[in-house]
Ligand binder design. Structure first.
Ligand code: BG6
Ligand code: MG
Length: 216
């Protein structure tokens, strides 16, 4: 593996466990429309933009809505999602992630956020982690969602580091594909059986550090 000069992080499911809140809010919408959304089906929504996620959920339920209704449903889902997120505190960062970000800082390795979420800054502020990131690429900046590499290429460009010297931390299949398409080293956070395309997969950041990354 080439030496790593920058690390790019997905937000939901990597820095903080907001993936469960996305699931709750989409599931409530589905149930309101008369069908259920399973955890397995929810995997397909990870890393995918709000409106694309809505289309996937509606297709699972075989429901058709007008454009106005879609915007309304997405707004209701987001309001509910943010309501759930506001229960979080600075203790809600996933275990080990702060320690790893501290280690990067101590080693002058810049960190960037690469997320499809339009709520990224609000969430990072909520858990008091905005200051860790030298750049934020979020759903308000990108025009092409994961698995397109745009989000991570923008992050690398902001940090002035060549893609081949970047590592990406991702919990979503679409996010790993995005990192791989960008020519970066992809670290899956989760299950090897799900993140089959990642260069390496770890269960989380506990016990993970630069030494593990460099020896991968
Ligand atoms: C991604 C999540 O980080 O952000 C997706 O994995 C979500 O599940 C997407 O749909 C968009 O998020 P938001 O906060 O803009 O609705
Ligand atoms: Mg994610």
């Amino acid at each position: 593996m080439p030496s790593i000069q920058a690390c790019l992080f997905d937000l939901d499911g990597v820095i903080v466990d907001t993936a469960q809140f996305h699931y709750i809010a989409w599931r409530e919408m589905a149930q309101d429309l008369g069908f259920d959304l399973t955890r397995e089906e929810n995997e397909r929504l990870k890393g995918i933009s709000r409106m694309e996620s809505l289309e996937i959920v509606l297709s699972i339920g075989g429901v058709e809505l007008s454009e106005d209704e879609k915007i309304h449903r997405a707004t209701v889902k987001n309001t509910r999602y943010l309501e759930l997120c506001m229960q979080m505190t600075s203790d809600d960062a996933l275990p080990g992630v702060r320690e790893f970000l501290d280690e990067l800082k101590q080693n002058q390795i810049p960190s960037g956020l690469g997320s499809a979420s339009k709520n990224a800054k609000v969430i990072l502020e909520r858990i008091d982690m905005l200051h860790y990131f030298d750049t934020i690429v979020d759903g308000t900046r990108i025009t092409k969602g994961k698995p397109d590499p745009q989000v991570f290429l923008m992050g690398a460009s902001d940090l002035k580091v060549a893609p081949e010297h970047c590592a990406v931390f991702e919990d979503a299949v679409a996010g790993i594909q995005s990192a791989n398409a960008a020519g970066m080293f992809s670290v899956g956070i989760g299950e090897p059986s799900v993140l089959t395309e990642a260069d390496i997969v770890v269960p989380g950041f506990e016990g993970f550090g630069l030494a593990q990354l460099e020896n991968a």
